[in-house]
Design a protein around this ligand. Sequence first.
Ligand code: ADP
Ligand code: MG
Length: 360
Amino acid sequence: MSDFALNGRSIRLQSLRKSWGDAVALHDVSLSIPAGSFTALLGPSGCGKSTLLRLISGLETPTQGDVFVDEVAVTSDPPSARDLAMVFQSYALFPHLSVAENIIFGLRTRRTPKAERTRKLDRVAALLELSHLLGRKPSELSGGQQQRVALGRAIIAERRICLMDEPLSNLDAKLRQDMRAELRDLQQKLGFTMVYVTHDQAEAMTMADQVVLMKNGHIEQVDTPRALYARPATPFAGQFIGTPPMNLFDPNDMPDAQVFATHRARSCQLGLRPEDIYIAQDGPLNGHVEVVEFFGADVLMTCRIGTALVRVRGAGHTDFPLNSPISLGFDAENLSVFDTQSGARISNDHAQGLVLASST
Ligand code: ADP
Ligand code: MG
């Protein structure tokens, strides 16, 4: 497999804008994608993920801004000049061709000699565990196998950049999970640069080195999965990442909670993840249980604290009857504080200072 090592290329996007008439798909997107990294473009439907990927691919040209590959501007180069492979949601395999013929199709059109084609096909097929299926037609394969053929077609080209647009969304949940691990493994083994579009936060969080969270045609946050989870830059980021989403509330919603006294003096929104709230004997947040959802390993309780509804994740054995009183606590370091005006995160140190100041 070592002869398959591909040194990924870096990608840099500078002030990209894409519009069609009045419709602006991307506003002013700047982004660095390190060579050999797995970068996920994540966000709700319509936020501009596919448009951004198509600008990287060269299938679209930006209205403004530039695309660099290894620091060379490729903004007006066609896709064929960019050393990349693409995999889309619809695999578009040729139904009348065998698996082998589908995989080597691109090599054939580039008139790669037969011996070389065969050698590469054998290696790719072994890598993707398709060797025993080479004679079949796509209709005789499962969804996951078809997906791997599409992948094989992309890999055999030995491009240093691979672009994927929601490639797993046609697969069932179990297969999707297996393929996540396979894709990640393959990318690490081969070393190419992966840019992967998904609207599924679990996919982005499990596979990516770097997650680019997008909203309404702009980038909301770029971070590692762990940083994105622990320190969301905005309330949107806090709610898009995590299941269930981060609780967001106004400190004025909880007039009895002394712990938020200092926060009430300024205009801010507070965020706490359900798993960062614990059941306390005499905690700072007091109210009652309104909804209990049992999931086996854990229990989600929706509690009324003041006028706010706060979801709390407890261990599976937690057993609070509906409407019973409950007291909750949290660690100050897990509290997110967002400025109401700008929506931006207030630095953790500052936020902790506020909590400490208010509890004295
Ligand atoms: P995503 O992949 O995140 O779902 P897209 O990049 O496909 O989002 O689309 C972003 C926005 O750009 C959407 O509002 C979409 O309607 C618009 N858009 C995409 N392609 C075109 C096009 N060819 N012409 C006009 N509008 C488009
Ligand atoms: Mg899309």
